[in-house]
Write a protein that binds this ligand. Sequence first.
Ligand SMILES: Cc1cc2nc3c(=O)[nH]c(=O)nc-3n(C[C@H](O)[C@H](O)[C@H](O)COP(=O)(O)O)c2cc1C
Length: 346
Amino acid sequence: VWELLGVPIVQAPLSGGPSTPALAAAVSQAGGLGFLAAGYKTAGDVEAEIAAVREQTQRPFGVNVFARPPDATAEPFEAFVASLDAEAQRGGVALGEPRFSDDDYDAKLAVLESAAPAVASFTFGCPTAQEIGALRGAGSAVWVTVTTTAEAVAAREAGADALVVQGAEAGGHRGTFADTREREDIGLLALLALVQSHVDLPLVAAGGIMTGAGIAAVLTAGAKAAALGTAFMRCPEAGTSPPHRKALQTDDSTGLTRAFTGRLARGIVNRWQTEHSADAPIAYPQIHYVTAPVRAHARQHGDADSINLWAGQAHALGRELPAAELIGELMTEARAARAQLNGSPW
Ligand SMILES: Cc1cc2nc3c(=O)[nH]c(=O)nc-3n(C[C@H](O)[C@H](O)[C@H](O)COP(=O)(O)O)c2cc1C
């Protein structure tokens, strides 16, 4: 897929609203690699979105899927859910039922195998060697998101074509294969260097990149391309909710939390995140389903204090521009950064 890209920019997959066929198509049409996010959608909707992108562009694009969860184990979550209940009732919304789901993994794999997007990418784990083989056979390159060197080695052994190296700066869920209490949140430059010392695969760098200088930096550090998520969330083509767009324009800080979904994710710190992070269990997707009605209600009513405001650490540098114009500005900056480096005395 690398030869087909006009610019080394990937629009990172953004589940929960921001990713749309219009955004993916605009990015791919501008020479980058747009992505659809299959997370939380039905397999049928994913199929329809792939068709919608293909109506808008002939260029390559990717589709991202949540990897099959290993099993349904979770920390006890009853006390945490009880602590959310009073608050939900005050807001006039009933909590959802905690339940396990694999997000329709098999059905989504079948859609990918038949639609064969240029790239099939996975987060929260690694597909099996057999699954990777089938996707490659259908014509897709397979990318796996990693957050540690151990995950990078496992993805290489399974046969991944490329790795998305996700630093702890990144907005949204951490892509770790298993969310655990003993974890290390490695920053992007450190992780890029560590992964390259273990694995010889093309790397896509993600986490906190909002400028052309940031893109030039990760290319200098050995990445083939930069993946930007938060940077595309204010584009008109994105499906980001109005209260989320507003929060992205502040310089409020972000933090890692399990308070919304039971899986570690980075969002702009709001009241829900402040009040419920300390007690939140590792229980994904059970807690996701419990809080989903509260979050949907809050989005409808513009209440930013109960929404998961996923954002990367540098979200304050976001721009409200159509995706193609944003890519144009980013590439002008990236070229300027490269020229400056070439002109430096050492
Ligand atoms: C709202 C939102 C939703 C996301 N959804 C997904 C997803 O479905 N799959 C995935 O692999 N990564 C997801 N991510 C992570 C991004 O793909 C990417 O790693 C991250 O945005 C990079 O950091 P940045 O936001 O600072 O650019 C999401 C991130 C955000 C902000």
